[in-house]
Write a protein that binds this ligand. Structure first.
Ligand SMILES: Nc1ncnc2c1ncn2[C@@H]1O[C@H](COP(=O)(O)OP(=O)(O)O)[C@@H](O)[C@H]1O
Ligand SMILES: [Mg+2]
Length: 260
């Protein structure tokens, strides 16, 4: 490991080439289903602390890419490195361990257990991670402005509130990487803003964010946009040369919590 000490990204979002610390490297990756290549010879890398938006039409391979980075699927060809470890060589038990230790997942469909209340849903994730701690579960809910709703069942929560529970759940293992597949797809504008603002808080704290979205405004929040078409990287917007021209929300103090 490098002796960098504090590695918080600088305020401009610039990453000079010499400060590059690649957290994910994908080299010539394909994922085939019979004759269909869901991913077709994709190469890309993602820097630690970077916020990357993955954009592209339906069927272009976005979820397949997320599943491979999130240790839920393996490529049929190519190399996938996560913090230097070869995911493409790992079997399910090893992948499960990486997933547990390093990845936080947020989905469009919230996947909350309907008969458990908000804090119990977060605790279930803790149980899965062998980290049961009710106070920490409540704290995670408080960070997303859901402390007051902790004992409500999913059906008693709005879509936006349910997604905030999901974000709290994704934070429980203190992941290096948050993978979010259409996290605002089912949200109204107000809740979309709450979730995106919280992603900015995580980004400011150094978390690597990879966000699949159809929403141009959400995509523009990232440091870089990778556009997939037909399982290939069609183009990129942003990146090291012009990342400071990427649209960002107005500067504001990084908040630890979201007020309700
Ligand atoms: N389990 C699977 N079996 C067969 N084909 C699949 C499977 N998963 C995805 N695909 C196909 O791979 C392509 C990419 O899918 P996906 O990654 O889900 O796209 P996106 O998320 O961009 O909509 C699509 O043509 C899809 O039908
Ligand atoms: Mg998808």
């Amino acid at each position: 490991m490098t002796a960098e000490g504090t590695t918080a990204p600088d305020a401009t979002g610039d990453a000079s080439p010499e400060s590059d610390d690649i957290i994910i490297s994908i080299q010539d990756v394909s994922r085939r289903y019979g004759d269909l290549a869901a991913l077709d010879d994709v190469s890309l890398s993602i820097r630690r602390g970077e916020w990357v938006s993955i954009v592209g039409p339906s069927g272009s391979g976005k979820s397949t890419l997320m599943n491979i980075i999130g240790c839920m699927d393996s490529p049929t060809e190519g190399i996938v490195l996560l913090e230097g470890d070869r995911l493409d060589k790992m079997g399910e038990p090893e992948l499960a361990a990486v997933r547990r230790n390093k990845i936080g997942l947020v989905f469009q469909q919230f996947h909350l257990v309907q008969h458990l209340n908000a804090v119990e849903n977060v605790e279930l994730a803790q149980y899965y991670h062998s980290l049961p701690d009710e106070n920490e579960a409540l704290e995670a809910l408080a960070r997303v402005g859901m402390a007051e709703r902790a004992t409500h069942l999913p059906r008693e929560l709005s879509g936006g509130e349910q997604q905030r529970v999901c974000v709290a759940r994704a934070l429980i293992n203190h992941p290096d990487i948050i993978l979010a597949d259409e996290p605002t797809g089912n949200l109204d504008e107000a809740n979309e803003k709450i979730v995106i603002d919280f992603f900015h808080t995580l980004h400011d704290a150094g978390t690597t964010l990879i966000v699949v979205t159809h929403d141009a405004e959400v995509a523009a929040q990232g440091d870089r946009q990778i556009i997939l078409e037909h399982g290939r990287v069609a183009r990129e917007i942003g990146g090291s040369e012009d990342s400071h021209t990427t649209k960002k929300r107005p500067a504001k103090a990084a908040e630890e919590t979201i007020s309700e």
